[in-house]
Design a protein around this ligand. Sequence first.
Ligand code: PSZ
Length: 494
Amino acid sequence: MLGTTKKVWSKLRLHRIPSYQARNVSQAASQLVKEPEEPKMLTEVPGPKSKELHSQLSKMQMMDSVHFFADYDKSFGNYLVDVDGNVMLDLFTQISSIPIGYNHPSLLSAFDSDSAMRALVNRPALGVYPGADWVQQLSQVLLSVAPKGLDQITTMMCGSCSNENAFKLMHFKHMEKERGGRAFTQEEIDSCMINQSPGTPNLSVLSFHGGFHGRTAASLACTHSKYIHKIDVPLQPWQVSDFPRYKYPLNEFTRENAAEDERCLAMAEDVIVKSRSEGPVITGVIVEPIQAEGGDHHGSNRWFQGLQDICAKHDIVYLIDEVQTGGGPTGKMWCHEWFDLKESPDIVTFSKKMLTGGLFHKSSLRPKQAYRIFNTWVGDPGKLILLDAVLKTIKAENLLSETMRAGDKLMVGLNSLQDKYPGYLNSVRGRGTFCAVNCDTGARRDWIIGKLREHGVHTGGCGESAIRLRPALVFKEHHADLFLEKLETILRSI
Ligand code: PSZ
């Protein structure tokens, strides 16, 4: 906390000197750091300094999830440095949320102008007092990457609350149709104040086994990856259906996997139809383009197209949650662009690599009254300043095609390791650098991730036995080579 305050003050002081000098200062600062050529491990992880900080933290909060404490002054590009001086190649990037690597110069200088710094300091309640440049920021930054046909944008604080607000749009659409254009009745107005029908209707959102959509009440009701996220929390008993589980390699199991798509589509439609008579009535579907937390489960084009058709047939809302997949890691700005959909989904939510949470949606879903999608901040102009720099960097450095190149390298390498060590690795899958491979057991996965870290490579786990890779968009082929080399060394040692 103290460190942060100090940094903000030194930035502010910086801006009292002429801005050309300020720019020189931060340019110099950014040149101080360069990406390391390889990992360097000095201690075990967590090392003694991390352990000491963790014991201090533990006096104030239960955060045994902490892996280690990082040194963000020393981290750069694809390399994360911890407080004990260990230099690690980072293929996990803060749960997939660092778009262009640590301390990218374009981000370090994003607040160099006085107006950018003022936007950060005078954080507005955007739903009531937005600054003069907010309209331009939304249209030039966020709408420049909007999925086709989704011309409505609302920024939010995080992925969970983006989904939470998207659900409200689904329910509003349903109730608007039910009312047929009439005004709210007094009974609806009175009953909603005590969470009773008809003002609080019995509606739901359909989600899928293995999905993850956040931890606030409604998004948590749609999350089904780990029990520890949910247990003891009162949630609505909303419907859950099956997301396809494919057999790998895909080209050897085309018939089985196609049958799996049809089974899951039939099941989803059945649940939607039944909800009309049995309740709660499903007003929309939420699905990840790749089920990430739940184990990197992919779905075919047929699956995502079929879901879109079912939603259209039953006039319910199709929401694709791009919180983890959005912003480029699959080689396209939005993973659903791979699916050859007839049109964009009705709503797309995002956060993580996009640096701000938010939702794009069709204009047909606009609420009719103000304040229905609203909170104090709604979003943060400072995050759009950073996102602007990220999007410009993606373009200038061709990072989507670079991601495809690095991803191809990862996939070729992982496939060949899987062929060499079929007892340990299976089901290699991925798009761009958004890749995963299963281990024969969860214990083997945890052991390999631990060993990789000893070798200075930071990866993550997901699902029961998958190693998942979530590098930044600046991850290159030579980083992929380095990772594959370390993984092979470890597999050879078993
Ligand atoms: O344990 C957790 O809370 C984690 S670990 C990874 C995430 C959350 N991912 C967040 C996430 C996501 O992957 C998808 C597809 N949808 C929604 C969310 C929620 O986003 P946040 O965490 O920003 O609320």
